[in-house]
Design a protein around this ligand. Structure first.
Ligand SMILES: Nc1ncnc2c1ncn2[C@@H]1O[C@H](COP(=O)(O)OP(=O)(O)OP(=O)(O)O)[C@@H](O)[C@H]1O
Length: 230
């Protein structure tokens, strides 16, 4: 499990997360974090991945201090973060991108590739195509598939619906629901209805602090969410 305890996080001298505590474990199915632009959602994921430092509190992954780890060790332990930017290798093929995702789990590469192709048949059909030539929805599925290639225990998805048409967004969320049967999903989303509809635990983050926490459906019905979004 990943445990965040009382962290303060800044960019230069601007603090963006304030005394934040939070955890996600393999027993969770979907945990969602929603909140407006600039609330600090992506920053929290970056801190959990060991990609950004914190200056108070602690972050542990399966009991070990993330600040002491290289980001690849966080991946190795089971926390994989698919960033908002997707960061695909546009000139490489779909298959090559997926293989890159297995850099910490080479021994199970063939087996995992089969599972990812079963989940996303389009990736198998397009295996030899350049990643950069795929549609936005296909690229998002590739980014998620590449994350799964590292065999995560917890898969963090940052804004998976970003830039996608509503119909494609629905497809992506159907896949996320399917993935959550096997792997814990930590979902950061602007798409509040979808993200809270799936979540068994959910948080509203505003200005670097959690202002509400509940089950996803209960948070969706709360005045906090109605005031902020509806
Ligand atoms: N590299 C950076 N340098 C300086 N400030 C940053 C940097 N990245 C983010 N910030 C600032 O930190 C705050 C939190 O940003 P963050 O991206 O974590 O929010 P978010 O909730 O994920 O929002 P969004 O959905 O817009 O990405 C914002 O005020 C943002 O401007």
């Amino acid at each position: 499990m990943i445990e965040v305890d009382g962290i303060d996080v800044s960019y230069g001298n601007i603090q963006v997360l304030w005394d934040l505590s939070f955890h996600v474990s393999e027993e969770d199915r979907v945990v969602s974090i929603v909140g407006p632009n600039g609330a600090g959602k992506s920053t929290l994921l970056r801190v959990m991945s060991g990609l950004h430092p914190y200056h108070a509190g602690s972050v542990t992954a399966w009991g070990e201090d993330v600040a002491e780890m290289d980001p690849s060790e966080v991946v190795q332990r089971g926390f994989v973060h698919v960033s908002e930017e997707r960061n695909l290798f546009g000139d490489m093929t779909v298959r090559e991108n997926l293989e890159m995702g297995a850099y910490t789990k080479r021994d199970t590469l063939d087996e995992t590739l089969r599972e990812v192709f079963d989940l996303f048949p389009i990736l198998e059909e397009r295996a030899s195509q350049r990643a950069g030539s795929m549609s936005g929805g296909q690229q998002q599925m590739l980014a998620i598939g590449r994350g799964l290639m590292a065999r995560p225990k917890i898969l963090a998805l940052d804004e998976p619906s970003e830039g996608l048409a509503p119909q494609i967004t629905n497809r992506v969320f159907e896949k996320i629901d399917e993935i959550s049967e096997e792997v814990t999903v930590l979902l950061v989303e602007q798409h509040v209805h979808k993200a809270l509809g799936l979540a068994d635990r959910a948080y509203l983050l505003e200005n670097g602090e959690f202002v509400a926490e509940d089950t996803g459906p209960a948070l969706l019905e709360s005045d906090h969410i109605k005031d902020a979004y509806l």
